[in-house]
Design a protein around this ligand. Structure first.
Ligand code: NAP
Ligand code: ZN
Ligand code: ZN
Length: 353
């Protein structure tokens, strides 16, 4: 497909035409390449569980047609006149945001995801130009260079794509809560996010435990870097592990039994939730009063931290474990993610769109 820079161009994409219906092949507009924009020839797009929540209107009313995809890896095909950070041929990635206000305290401190005016999502959002944004299940993307990161040479593009959301979403809280030598870290849910959490926590030097619904994924968990692996479907797990962890990261996409997991923390431990279930959860506040425990959340990470995470992953050889699929298998992949049958991230070969 030829993409011009001077006019809005239509590019091939896979979209949900309406909430809760299968995704299908379509075309969507991409804006002309502005002075600060890069045109990315998308090579791979990861499937995040957030894509599935959103195409079902699980988090509220969405914008349709919806082209999901915020784990984007590709190659720069063209740069705007004033672009300084990238050149044609560079290997680049785009994650969950494509813009923010750039002037608030959080944008200026590299926490663009917490922009006071709200970050602009890569899809299912309205851009600052008033047009809907369309994500990475597509052949091309036009994006501001300031919301684009560099994929280091040591990482293949297909296994790098999931790092743009799953990777940074676990890296940021692991760093913020200082996972490292001497720390006992548990990762709840061994899916797209969880498996990167295990790899990165292990690389940071922490002692890692996986808490999974069953023991089906135990061999994988240990291979990825976990020293311990327990089934949460077994009630005795919660008695055996009471008071064990400094840090628990929950990646579970469904409502979590918070009180039970808070019971697994040491005094002053933290349970950081990154899973984004569609339903509210309940909490008995005595679960945090006793033991001065912290219950926190975390959302992706800023642009500079995303670059730092990619460099860390390249240095430690940490790509995602992927199943590469054709675009025609997206709906099937969604069904498998929903049944916790992903090992451990589906990635779309966008040349098949
Ligand atoms: P995923 O690949 O489906 O992994 C989630 C894992 O949670 C599953 O593999 C499963 O692991 C476990 N799980 C699923 N249903 C469960 C249930 N009913 N009870 C207990 N455990 C269950 O999803 P993902 O892409 O990693 O995303 C996980 C969640 O994080 C989603 O809600 C997503 O929207 C959210 N998310 C948040 C951020 C953020 O910035 N905070 C960023 C990206 C995604 P086991 O088989 O091991 O039990
Ligand atoms: Zn995501
Ligand atoms: Zn801002």
């Amino acid at each position: 497909m030829s993409v011009t820079t001077r006019a809005t161009t239509r590019v091939a994409a896979y979209a949900a035409p309406a909430p809760g219906v299968p995704l299908e092949r379509t075309t969507v507009p991409r804006r002309p390449v502005g002075p600060h924009d890069v045109l990315i020839d998308i090579k791979y797009a990861g499937i995040c569980h957030s894509d599935i929540h959103q195409v079902r209107d699980g988090w509220g009313e969405g914008i349709y047609p919806m082209v999901p995809g915020h784990e984007i890896a590709g190659v720069v095909a063209e740069v705007g006149a004033e672009v300084t950070r990238f050149a044609v041929g560079d290997r680049v990635g785009v994650g969950c945001m494509v813009d923010s206000c750039r002037v608030c305290e959080h944008c200026r401190s590299g926490q663009e995801q917490h922009c006071v005016q709200g970050m602009t999502g890569t899809y299912n959002a309205v851009g600052r130009d008033g047009e809907p944004t369309y994500g990475g299940y597509s052949t091309h993307l036009v994006v501001d260079e300031n919301y684009t990161v560099r994929i280091p040479e040591g990482l293949a593009l297909d296994v790098a794509a999931p790092l743009l959301c799953a990777g940074i979403t676990l890296y940021s809280p692991l760093r913020h809560w200082k996972a490292g030598p001497g720390k006992k870290v548990a990762v709840v849910g061994l899916g797209g996010l969880g498996h990167m959490g295990v790899k990165m926590a292990h690389a940071l030097g922490a002692e890692v435990t996986v808490l999974s619904q069953t023991l089906r994924k135990e061999a994988d968990g240990r291979r990825l870097g976990a020293t311990h692996f327990h089934a949460t479907g077994d009630e005795s797990t919660f008695e055996k592990l009471a008071g064990t962890f400094d840090l628990i990261l929950s990646t579970v996409s469904a409502p979590l039994a918070l009180d039970a997991y808070l019971g697994l923390l040491k005094v002053d431990g933290a349970l950081v939730n990154v899973g984004a279930p569609e339903e509210p959860v309940s909490l008995n506040l005595f679960s945090v009063i006793g033991g001065r425990k912290t219950l926190a959340g975390s959302m992706i990470g800023g642009i500079a931290e995303t670059q730092e995470m990619l460099d860390f992953c390249a240095e430690h050889g940490l790509g995602s474990e992927i199943e590469l699929i054709d675009a025609d298998h997206i709906n099937e992949a969604y069904a498998r993610v929903l049944s916790s049958d992903v090992r451990y991230r589906f990635v779309i070969d966008t040349s098949t769109i």
